[in-house]
Design a protein around this ligand. Sequence first.
Ligand SMILES: *Cc1c(COP(=O)(O)O)cnc(C)c1O
Length: 441
Amino acid sequence: MTVPSPHSPRPLRPNERILTNEDGGITTPARAPSPVHEFGTLAVHAGSPHDPTTGAVIEPLSLSTTFAQTAVGKPIGLYEYSRSANPNRDNFEDAVAALEHARYALAFASGSATTATILQSLAAGSHVISVSDVYGGTHRYFTKVALAHGVEVTFSPSIELDVEELIREQTKLIWIESPSNPTLSLVDIRNVATVAHRHGILVVVDNTFLSPYVQNPLDHGADIVVHSVTKYINGHSDVVMGVAAFNSDELKERLTFLQNAIGAVPSPFDCWLAHRGLKTLHLRAREASKNALAVAKALEASPNVIAVNYPGLDSHKQRAIAIKQHRDGLGGGMLSFRLKGGHAAAERFCQQTRIFTLAESLGGVESLCEVPSAMTHAGIPKEQREAIGVYDDLVRLSCGVEDADDLRKDVLQALEKAVVGPKISNGVNGVNGVDGPLPRR
Ligand SMILES: *Cc1c(COP(=O)(O)O)cnc(C)c1O
């Protein structure tokens, strides 16, 4: 497989040509994104041409499912039928490709549909190696669906150490999630990719937890980067969508074929919304990381907390990988922690927060909290869960873009209430005793 330079420009689509002034043609100024531009500039401008007829600076929403042809097989423009391609999806894909330093990106109806399409590209009899603590839905797809079409997945809790010995003749893919969910452990992508490429195996990195702003896996040797766009890329908790980005022409051909043949594609409107969200990704990801660091430090200093998992903390056991792989050593917006008082305290914590909403998902502008052992990871048997650090008293937080001080205070007040336990209402301390000073342990 040839891996071209990540900085080669996107190849032209059929019928497409670059209009310059010498062409005498009317066109918007050439504002094609280029790797000389920084992330924020690309986020705002990549895949965002001015409308050539009206000059609209925001792309129009193109809902048409079909496109007129002047003669049989001669469409007027680039498009024929919107499952195969449509303007809003193309623009979104171009934007993601630019942000992930990829030549190509393909959008899907969800992160899960992205995973499914990549797994579908493997022949029956293929073998996959995956990190153990993958996203629950990915684990479910690997064990319950991929197996049914003859693709076997081996899970490893320490892939950097085991990868060489887990490789078989039929191994085609290695699946990494870094940071992992919900324990935020990291994988050195370069180390795994070096071994994989010696054996001609492709490496996929699920980059959902960090977003392309914090980490670009292709720069560290990965062959495909996938996202649940539902999370940071859209960032406003109002679209379910996925995307894969990569450099190889061979992958482009295979995955484009499957994108169209399987048809698990997003609507133009969802592409438009996700593209709008993506334009502020750098602002949101920076703010979420700053907030998560403030919350993680406050938790680490609290006597009510047993341990904090956050790659932005110096205490994180793989902090060196974060410094190497993440932009400016940022930790991202996700963290998890164990608190005193067991599972009951974890549940109480999530009921006592005033800004963090008790809900699954992550990566939106609003902060969320959840108890993985009873929610996102409830499907994994207890011993298996605890072996990967998902204890009953673990709470996962997705820090949004509210003010750091408010988030820090919210977490600390909820912690006090959760660990001390429900206060008996005696009407003396504050209104009904609820808001009064709490006894300390
Ligand atoms: C949410 C998520 C997915 C699945 O994405 P959907 O858009 O919900 O299908 C995959 N990987 C990770 C890390 C996720 O958080």
